[in-house]
Write a protein that binds this ligand. Sequence first.
Ligand code: 0RA
Length: 652
Amino acid sequence: MEGIATKSENTYSAGNIQVLEGLEAVRKRPAMYIGDIGVKGLHHLVWEVVDNAIDEALAGHCTEIKLQVHEDNAITVTDNGRGIPTDIHPKEKKSALEVVMTVLHAGGKFDKDTYKVSGGLHGVGISCVNALSAYLKATVHRNGKIYQQEYERGKPLDAVKEIGTTTTTGTTIYFKADPKIFTTTVYTYDTIASRLRELAYLNAGLRIYLEDRREKDDHHQPVVEEFYSEEGLKAFVTYLDDMREKLIPESIFIEGEKNGISVQVALNYNTTFSETVVSYVNNINTIEGGTHVAGFRRALTRTLKGYAEKSGLLEKTKVEITGDDFREGLTAVISMKIAGPLFEGQTKTKLGNSEASSTVDTCVSEVLGYYLEEHPKEAKTIVSKVILAAQARQAARKAREMVQRKNALTGSGLPGKLADCSEKDPALSELFLVEGDSAGGTAKQGRDRRFQAILPLRGKILNVEKAQEYKIYENEEIKNMLTALGITFGVEEDAKAVNTEKLRYHKIIIMTDADVDGSHIRTLILTFFFRYMNEVIKKGYLYIALPPLYLVKRGKVERYCWTEKEREATITELAQDGKVEAVDVQRYKGLGEMNAEQLWDTTMDPENRNLKLVTIASAAEADHLFSMLMGDEVAPRRAFIEKHSKYANIDI
Ligand code: 0RA
């Protein structure tokens, strides 16, 4: 990574900072700037400050970032960058620090002279964080002095003050999110840790520390984690594949720069059948892919195909090799830095810049072509894997065709076990995937048949993480799911492409028991959707039903509770009304312990139920999670389940 590990000259002055508008706008319409005012928007504040520090690192001025979460959910971010400028801004006649903190878009980011690459989802400016904080304190070490200014809801409490001398440079931002703005001000450790881990891999050589003062270890010390990667993207691939068997010992690393766009790619193959391509633009996870990913795929296919043909390795095989075959078992991380990224798509995580495609293509073909020539042994291993993939794909296509042909032949084609709803509009229809025939029966009785369909799944469904693709289409439960859903597949090159146009339900709800088996089955179903029906998750059609865990009773009063805390509060409440009857607590382990009416009331009735939307917040984390949960290694899976054992919360 360019210049991360070294510090360089200071060439900035306050005149470079453009001035745009005031902060009232941000407090008036916070969601416009940070997406929402819930837990996601709250974390956006942290990302914004961290991104500013990362920008300093990218410019070669910062080697260390420390993030602290305080007991009261205040946040401190400290970096050893140049420090926010403090000289008097010529237009505003105030310290540049005050301008940066109180004027929207005055971060220097919109200055064309400075090559700033952050942007996209983040990049709203540190002044937004200030506007949305009840209190913020900025401390800057610069020019041998320490400067400080405090703010309340974006307004300075005083002028910038010099509070001492220093021999270092850097910025410390301490802030407390405004509870008048946010619906929650409690940060999630795992969310912050995942993002910092990702940033450490994406910025090799940068040291990032995370200290959570809310959590104490056995010695009553705050929990501290360090994220650091010497190797960067290559180590990222190793992390993603740590549960899988690598095909070649050392991952391939590609780096290049063209037309002001810098490209880094690390890739390897493993012995599984799935493809993991994680991509970033300016450190932002492009979940929906885009032009850079397209360029990578094209280059990979063309270069490997060219090599395979030239080397004579293809001659003996009769199968035709397609693009997909080059990606089976592939794990790759693409990281691109581009000035002026265009983010498109439903969640604004799809890169649109057309020039990115050819830049990535050129860099990858050049370096990969050279690698293959230099490493004939590894090249042969990869090509052999590709040939195997082509053969397996033919088998899978036949199996898929069988599924589809059967649908066409047998009238409606719907599985016998499906209790369909009468509604025909997918937007209004729901499908419950229910564990076991018995709970399936209860759900059938309890449902509103006008718009709710039930598909019982018998026992364990196939673990798709370990099975070859054609096996998947031979599995009875999966076939039933595919036909009930109305999934069709593309043709030829696109044979694997899932077509969701004919999808029969836009709410697909996984309903399993709240015990270990139930959570295992839920993970199996989630894995299937994640690997093979990703489109369905991306469109926001997949949900998890949350049945209650307890029924608290006293006489005729019955209350359902979803958490231990709720249960305790309910017991206390019911015990208070002075009657002599005892409070009775029933723990629900299975859906089968509820009758049809109870199941409807608590879990299926749209008026009362709790549904959790399945989203892919970070493709890399989700991939890692599934390969761990469903792979061969037992120890990490056990550790994960123990950590999350209260109520396995797989928030992919
Ligand atoms: C404006 C201009 C420059 C740096 C920064 C802001 C800056 C902001 C933050 C926020 C957290 N840490 C930060 N570090 C720097 C350029 C400064 C220069 O050229 O000297």
